[in-house]
Write a protein that binds this ligand. Structure first.
Ligand code: ZN
Length: 72
């Protein structure tokens, strides 16, 4: 399953950090952050609890970039 989220982040470098943090989150198969569009595309593992996974994604992204936001 794939979902696209609107994000807020200050620069392309932080967007890359968010992408890496998201990819490392359990339940995420792949993630792509588009800084120009301020969007994040997340592909979830089969059977993943999307809402629970996204809470972990937000937490992990905040660790690498305190100032980022993901709008669920
Ligand atoms: Zn930045």
């Amino acid at each position: 399953m794939k979902k696209t989220y609107k994000i807020d982040v200050d620069c392309a470098n932080c967007a890359n950090k968010m992408e890496e943090a998201t990819k490392k989150t359990p339940g995420v198969r792949d993630a792509v952050v588009n800084f120009m569009a301020l969007k994040m595309k997340v592909e979830f593992e089969d059977g993943a609890d999307v809402n629970a996974v996204m809470q972990d994604v937000i937490r992990n992204c905040k660790v690498v970039e305190d100032d980022c936001q993901i709008f669920l």
